[in-house]
Unconditional design. Structure first.
Length: 146
């Protein structure tokens, strides 16, 4: 399979939400070097003021919290291992593509990845609570308007 991603705006980069999405992305990252390079270039635009902010932006673009809640960096607590995935290694490549972070060590990149992943379940709970509150508020405003 030969791909031409001269215009990296054409990269089909969906958010990974399940194992099927992950398997498709892993296969592309392994077997399609032009695609991999295009993803790196595209996501290297997500530079933030700090390394944790930058990694948060990249992770939000690549993965849903639902997906991340099933993974931990090294596979603790019966979760799947994230650190061995191409989707993980590409984050290091993306960060180092940014001039600001080109000399960043593995451990400095790893730490915010771990932190973002560890907070996936709490973020989902917070969103669910917010959604319930919004629904409750909407219901109350309907009752008040009738």
């Amino acid at each position: 399979m030969v791909s031409n991603y001269d215009d990296y705006n054409d990269v089909d980069l969906g958010v990974i939400d399940d194992d099927e999405d992950l398997n498709n992305m892993e296969e592309k990252l392994i077997n399609d070097k032009p695609y991999r390079n295009a993803v790196i270039i595209l996501l290297s635009r997500f530079v933030g003021n700090t390394l944790p902010e930058t990694i948060r932006k990249i992770m939000q673009r690549l993965f849903t919290d639902q997906f991340l809640s099933k993974y931990s960096f090294v596979g603790f607590k019966g979760k799947h291992q994230f650190s061995t995935l191409q989707c993980c290694s590409i984050i290091y490549d993306i960060v180092r593509k940014m001039k600001k972070f080109k000399d960043t060590s593995n451990i400095d990149i790893e730490k915010p990845i771990k932190n973002w992943m560890a907070q996936a379940t709490p973020r989902m709970k917070k969103m669910a609570e917010k959604s319930l509150q919004t629904n409750h508020d909407d219901h109350n405003s309907i009752d008040n308007n009738t």
